[in-house]
Design a protein around this ligand. Structure first.
Ligand code: SF4
Length: 708
């Protein structure tokens, strides 16, 4: 229908990490009436998925916060207050808690949904003023394993490839990544590339996902055993002399250690097949296909990251690509498909696990550089990373943490074993929830609520999966008395400056200028910093509809580098990539007599995260109204369970009642539930963590089914 659009305004989608460029349609009355994909954008070329197409409905959706709220006890009624009252009280409580129990007793957990300038400002406040070391983001539930794996292999975070690699590759292997539902527009790019030029698509996933249905080879792997499959592929590649000897000799270190591991024969395909569930013939076939392709690439998402072997899985994917010479060349790469719209921005600039610009707390020079620039004493910084989000909640249980500031994330639905999270929250002396929605589940336990502006009610940048920085323009004024997160952090900073030299820019563009300054120059080992955005400006970003980093001051034109490590120089002290042998430890909770099913979880295309936004959008709910459980019809017949009946699903942590959908998408010993819904699958999931990334093994635990 004609929506009578008077004017189109540029922005970027605020859901997934694809980073689609959007135009927002404004009516004569200056109301937002529609959205459309930007036809000139490299990323999405005019297309949007259902979430992007309906994103304009967010502005007037129900449940939005209108006023700051305060109460002394979480079970009392909230009272509306002024912003100054809310800030003053919260600052007073933070200082009181830190004074009584120490600086790290107040924790902050943010999100991959904020704008990059907001991350930078919150990081400056948390690290430079409040001074807590227990500051993390919800990326620990999502991309932390990719970050850790990239750092271990290449010396720094940052996906080395780009979407254009689909157009050059000769073989694509997708690990635990269901693009058509998770990242529909990246999937469309892949499909377009496949239609133009046929190449093998290999999908590793225990479910017959939508992507697996399009695959040439589907490998229905036993959950949690990806490292075994990759080691076995490496065994075949090295035994048959298919490795890229020149690339390994010129650009890597540690190959001997990998050879030693494989020489044990532990991962020979005839042995590995019994662990990973993929036949030895198939292992040999995919190993040969991958190694012999002139260029081959791997993509992965949560199937790899959300595991006790998440970081090892990423390192092993990098091993596979380094050994076959598939890094830094068109169509040859290790591309982590990020989850949230700005998970990359938080990795780059938030200071959650370090300091801005991929700097490390453990590095004295890095601490000094940031302290000098911010005008603070470097001794104010901790010398090692504090607790991750997944360790912060247990620390609340033990009383180590007494206060918490939660920004735009909803651990009451998103964390594993949510009944335990509820109990932990009851113990807090002060909980601040900053969110667009007053009715977000986390607010049930808060003492103070900061109502935040949504998406295009504010301005700043995102970085997408392929390192492309894109712009959100401020299209509308903030709803009621809600405020941009950037303003909220700045106002809180004023309560902590304490006459120090540290200052905070008044505008997002001012913060962007600080980030640009900090992105120039060399990294710790004298190599060119890959994360260089010094040549970008908001106007250039909009004109280019997104620019990939690195993009330096001296770069001409409007294009950054599409790929990293094209010269074979990595961000390590020797400039060589690390080949790291990965041993497999079988430490998952597995199905047994008492709990005979694997419990798997993931996304559906209509919803995002815990539905705080998409749950308010009519058509997203019409298409995906309730949670459900995929169950194999043969397993259901054995238990006498019928399609669309309700069952009780139980694990060692908790239980949930859910409707059954019979489908051969899941194997006989597995059930699958979308994770978006409150008080559903995460009542049952397990909080076992990856030792490097602290990411939980959401996808590997056991459950049983009871008729109700
Ligand atoms: Fe937004 Fe992702 Fe959909 Fe693109 S694919 S419109 S970025 S949710």
């Amino acid at each position: 229908p004609d929506k009578k659009v008077k004017e189109w305004k540029y922005t970027t989608c605020n859901y997934c990490s694809t980073g689609c460029a959007i135009e927002i349609g404004l009516s004569e009355e200056n109301r937002i009436v529609t959205t459309r994909g930007h036809a000139g954008a490299d990323v999405n070329r005019g297309k949007l998925c259902i979430k992007g197409l309906l994103e304009h409905e967010l502005f007037e959706s129900p449940g939005r916060g209108t006023k700051p709220l305060l109460r002394d006890k979480y079970f009392e009624e909230f009272k509306p207050v002024s912003w100054d009252q809310a800030f003053d009280k919260t600052a007073e409580k933070i200082k009181e808690i830190q004074g009584k129990y120490g600086r790290d007793s107040f924790a902050i957990v943010s999100t991959g949904q904020l704008l990059t300038e907001e991350f930078y400002t919150l990081g400056k406040l948390a690290r430079g003023c409040i001074g807590t070391n227990n500051y993390d983001g919800n990326t620990t539930l999502c991309m932390a394993s990719a970050v850790s794996g990239y750092k271990r292999s290449f010396g720094a975070d940052g996906p080395p490839g780009c979407y254009e690699d689909f157009e050059h590759t000769h073989c694509l292997m997708a690990f635990g990544s269901n693009l058509p539902e998770q990242h529909p527009i990246i999937y469309w790019r892949l499909k377009e590339a496949l239609e133009k030029r046929k190449f093998p698509l290999i999908v590793v996933d225990p479910r017959v996902t939508m992507l697996a249905q399009f695959a040439d080879i589907h490998l229905p792997i036993t959950p949690g055993t990806d490292c075994v499959l990759i080691n076995s592929m490496l065994h075949v590649i090295i035994n048959e002399g298919l490795q890229d000897k020149d690339y390994i000799a010129a650009n890597t270190q540690g190959f001997d250690e990998i050879e030693k591991l494989l020489a044990t024969g532990e991962y020979a395909p005839e042995k590995a097949q019994h662990v990973c569930g993929i036949s030895e013939d198939k292992i040999r076939t995919v190993a040969r296909l991958y190694a012999k392709a002139p260029a081959a690439m791997s993509i992965w998402t949560m199937g790899i990251n959300q595991s006790t072997h998440g970081s090892d899985g990423v390192v092993n994917i990098n091993n596979l690509n380094l050994i076959t010479g598939n890094i830094g060349k068109p169509g040859g790469t290790s591309l982590s498909i990020t989850g949230q719209c700005n998970a990359m921005g938080t990795r780059e600039w938030s200071s959650c696990s370090g300091l801005p610009g991929y700097r490390l707390l453990e590095n004295e020079n890095h601490r000094q550089e940031i302290a000098d620039y911010w005008g603070i004493d470097p001794e104010f910084f901790p010398k090692a990373r504090g607790l991750a989000q997944t360790d912060i909640f247990p620390a609340i249980e033990t009383g180590e943490i007494k206060g918490l500031w939660i920004v735009a994330t909803n651990p009451m639905t998103s964390m594993p074993d949510t009944p335990r999270i509820r109990k932990a929250l009851e113990k807090l002396e002060w909980l601040v929830v900053q969110d667009v929605y007053e009715d977000v589940e986390m607010n049930q336990y808060s003492h103070c609520y900061f109502p935040a502006s949504v998406w295009a009610e504010k301005e700043g940048c995102h970085t997408n999966t392929e390192r492309r920085v894109n712009l959100i323009r401020n299209v509308l004024p903030s709803y009621a008395d809600s405020k941009p997160d950037f303003w909220i952090f700045n106002q809180m900073a004023k309560r902590f400056e304490n006459g120090q030299k540290i200052t905070f820019p008044e505008t997002p563009e001012g913060a962007f200028e600080e980030m640009k300054h900090l992105s120039k120059g060399d990294n710790a080992y004298g190599n060119d910093r890959t994360l260089n955005i010094s040549g970008m400006t908001y106007d250039k970003i909009e004109a280019a509809r997104g620019i990939q980093w690195p993009y330096r001051e001296e770069d001409d034109g409007l294009k950054g580098d599409p790929r990293l490590y094209t010269d074979g120089k990595f961000q390590t002290p020797t400039q060589r990539a690390n080949l790291i042998p990965i041993y497999f430890y079988d430490n998952n909770e597995k199905p047994d007599e008492q709990y005979p099913f694997w419990l798997n979880s993931g996304r559906v295309v209509e919803h995002f995260h815990t539905r705080t936004r998409t749950g308010k959008i009519g058509n997203c709910n019409k298409f995906s109204p309730t949670p459900y459980m995929e169950m194999n019809p043969d397993a259901a017949a054995e238990l006498g369970i019928e399609h669309q009946t309700y069952v009780r699903l139980a694990s060692r942590r908790g239980d949930s009642v859910v409707m059954v959908q019979l489908t051969h998408r899941v194997p006989r010993n597995m059930v699958f539930i979308p994770f978006h819904f409150h008080d559903c699958v995460n009542r049952l999931t397990l909080g076992l963590l990856d030792p490097y990334s602290r990411q939980p093994a959401f996808k590997q635990c056991a459950c049983r089914i009871e008729k109700v």
